[in-house]
Design a protein around this ligand. Structure first.
Ligand code: E4P
Length: 218
């Protein structure tokens, strides 16, 4: 399972990349705004900065909602760097655009996806990735992990190449459950990735090993 970080924060991207386990980055307009990155020029420059930091796929989201606009924006974004993946919303015009990008060899990430039916359509259109938002489903009392399992199952039996990129991760248990469910990729905030490191017995055990080692040095 690949690990992407879900942020536009360059320090957090660097920190995750330094761990040596980072395979890519996802962003969205809200994550950009959270970092104070606004205006087309600044946003475009920020995508390039991210691509220069991480050797892996970087999702850059279009804001157009009509086919011509999505195509125009997506082609501009894809031309910024070889690692850019054009993030397209799960709407009718988006599906048409994903089909178009797929025929041109431009990688896509179909975002704002909340059902197995949407996942089937995106795969048929040739999306490189789909992003089911599992945390947002959990937030409204639907089982996000169950959706990941269902999509992975459908893609396996249908032989779709589209990769399941589990998004809207809220905690480290989500990451473990996505691995169990067979997700191809998770995209997560840094804190949930770092939380995977933690176990109280690791801390207690290490403290004891170091104390015992130091006894011999007295
Ligand atoms: C996906 O690519 C989105 O950027 C993201 O995972 C959404 O997460 P949220 O529900 O925490 O905003």
């Amino acid at each position: 399972m690949k690990f992407f970080i879900d942020t536009a924060n360059l320090n957090q991207i660097k920190e995750a990349n330094d761990l040596g386990i980072l395979d890519g980055v996802t962003t969205n307009p809200s994550l950009m705004a959270k970092e104070g990155i606004t205006g087309a020029e600044n946003i475009i420059k920020h995508y390039v900065d991210i691509c220069n930091l991480v050797d892996g796929d970087v999702s850059a989201e279009v804001i157009s909602t009509d086919f011509a606009g999505i195509v125009r924006e997506g082609e501009m974004l894809a031309a910024l760097h070889k690692n850019i993946v054009v993030k397209v919303p799960m709407i009718k015009e988006g599906i048409k655009a994903i089909k178009y990008f797929s025929s041109k060899g431009i990688k896509t990430n179909c975002t704002l996806l909340f059902s197995a039916g949407q996942a089937i359509l995106a795969a048929k259109a040739g999306a490189t990735y789909i992003s089911p938002f599992l945390g947002r489903l959990d937030d409204i009392s639907y089982d996000g992990i169950q959706l990941i399992e269902q999509i992975v199952h459908i893609y396996n039996i249908q032989g779709y190449d589209t990769q399941v990129l589990a998004a809207s991760i809220r905690n480290p248990v989500h990451i473990v459950k996505c691995a169990e469910a067979g997700a191809d990729v998770i995209t997560s905030p840094l804190d949930s990735i770092l939380a995977l490191l933690k176990h109280p017995l690791t801390d207690i055990g290490l403290e004891k090993f170091l104390a015992d080692y130091n006894k011999g040095n007295k």
